[in-house]
Design a binder for this molecule. Structure first.
Ligand code: SF4
Length: 122
């Protein structure tokens, strides 16, 4: 039997709970006050994922960095590799909010999307 504490980050209540993994690989939970928290704890144990948000350097934009966001959650163990890839990426304006900046980043199946418009610097 294994007992792991996770704080649910699905909503601002931030319930602190425990996931018990029984010897037959069934789960028990305590402390989570809704089904989403139970699902969160089980997913954290099996395959933790996170949304990715960061900025990417612009070569000729009105601002020097473009905010970007993933269109789905990325496996937590690939998050830093994806961030490093984006830190070494340079973009050219113009860019429209919602444009795909990087498709299928590092074969994760996740696209990186522009979070705002970026015009060419005049
Ligand atoms: S368990 Fe439910 S109520 Fe508690 S933080 Fe998670 S989503 Fe929110």
């Amino acid at each position: 039997m294994e007992k792991i504490s996770y704080t649910c980050i699905v909503c601002p209540k931030s319930c602190k709970g425990e996931l018990i993994v029984k010897d037959n690989n069934e789960f028990e939970t305590s402390g989570y006050i809704c089904k989403r928290g139970i699902e969160y704890a089980i997913n954290e144990y099996r395959s933790p994922k996170r949304m990715l948000t960061t900025t990417v350097k612009m070569l000729n934009g009105t601002f020097s960095n473009l905010p970007v966001v993933s269109d789905n959650e990325v496996d937590k163990d690939k998050l830093f590799a994806c961030l490093n890839y984006l830190y070494s990426t340079k973009l050219e304006a113009p860019i429209k909010e919602g444009d795909i900046i990087v498709a299928n980043i590092l074969n994760t199946g996740v696209n990186i999307i522009a979070a705002r418009d970026m015009k060419i610097k005049s």
